[in-house]
Design a protein around this ligand. Sequence first.
Ligand SMILES: NC(=O)c1ccc[n+]([C@@H]2O[C@H](COP(=O)([O-])OP(=O)(O)OC[C@H]3O[C@@H](n4cnc5c(N)ncnc54)[C@H](O)[C@@H]3O)[C@@H](O)[C@H]2O)c1
Length: 403
Amino acid sequence: MPGDLGQRTGGPMKRPLGIAVLGLGWMGQAHSRSARRIPMHFPDRSYDPRLVVCADPDPGRRAAASDDFGFSRVTDDWRSAVTADDVDVVFVTAPNMLHLPMIEAACAAGKAVFSEKPIGGTPDHALRAWRMAQEAGVPTGVGYCYLWSPLVLHARHLIQSGALGEIVHYKGCFLSMYGSDPLGLLTWRFMMDQAGYGVSSDILSHSVALAQFLIGEVSEVVGMARTTIPQRPLPSGNASHYGTGSPSDPVGEVENEDFASMLCSFDNGATGTFEASRTIVGPESRNAFEVYGTRGSLSWDHERINELRYYSGSDPTNSGYTTIFGGDRFPFHGAFVPGKANSIGFEDLVTIQDHSFLESLATGEQFSPGFDEAVAVVGVQQALIDSWASRSWQRVSDLRSNP
Ligand SMILES: NC(=O)c1ccc[n+]([C@@H]2O[C@H](COP(=O)([O-])OP(=O)(O)OC[C@H]3O[C@@H](n4cnc5c(N)ncnc54)[C@H](O)[C@@H]3O)[C@@H](O)[C@H]2O)c1
């Protein structure tokens, strides 16, 4: 076919994949940029991503979608975007409580679906989304983008190779300042009907996904939650998520948790501690873990995304941690920049993730993390929520076996 990119170099035909993006906010833009960048970073891919349609109720974002991001069409009706014949895969990047209806519609239309985390704002929504995808048999992906960090992948390799010995303790946290200003507006993340739960859905989910990816399933939890800034100024019009009000503005109630923490046990016997906050002052995006084994330990912090810290207890001359810098010796890094200690960033992780998902669609390989892994994270969230009410330890159950 004239103009088909698959014939450009005489290489194998690339499968065109039409993409719908539902919501062009932070993550909708990140995925859209990924689709534009993937051909330059991953020339050996089996597909060609095509930004077919973007749905957003905001006219300014629709204009940006067509003028700046290069979508073929824009609409304010996400349902029409999902069912369009030229759409193969739907990216769900709207506020959390819209994820379930969007996923249900994508599944009903037989489209592959990549949902930003959480796949549902509440455990019930997430389970229903998983069930719908199971019944429809469509490929799924979920946006735990930190799992795709080349140094996180290397950490997993070190753990699985036994370099740390037996894993005995895991410490995970996601401490963010996005809600730390009490004058920060009462936007969707603070509202139950738009976000569902607070940090347990929003950022603790990233920490739990990382832990389960690195060392295995969580089996039992006890935890607590707090709303530390109970009221915020009401937004007017289409206020930015990061906008601030003034002390004289009318206020409304924050409806979900700003802080959550938990103690846990893992299936493999390791212990764990987790904490997540959106109102803390200091850590700006500290999505971090420490893994302790009988022969060594590792730590990583997204604020220093290009550094993995490694302590080898096997080396008798060793004292203190070694810093392993990112570089093209680790998976995917060289697709962005050659050499060693030349940095990559957050959106590069999104691009690695999106490429891996789209490649799996083109080749028919199973993609992970998909909705199965998302429901495993939500099983931990449900046990945590139960422990807030019971003030006691709760076993984590596999929600997929619930009727
Ligand atoms: N993986 C990550 O690291 C990460 C980071 C940030 C956000 N997220 C997730 O991405 C999702 C979006 O978060 P965000 O920060 O991009 O939010 P955002 O507020 O920046 O953007 C949300 C967008 O959705 C649009 N929208 C609202 N109602 C809509 C509708 N009915 N149809 C279509 N679009 C609609 C809004 O106009 C806005 O453009 C959330 O689920 C969030 O949890 C993931």
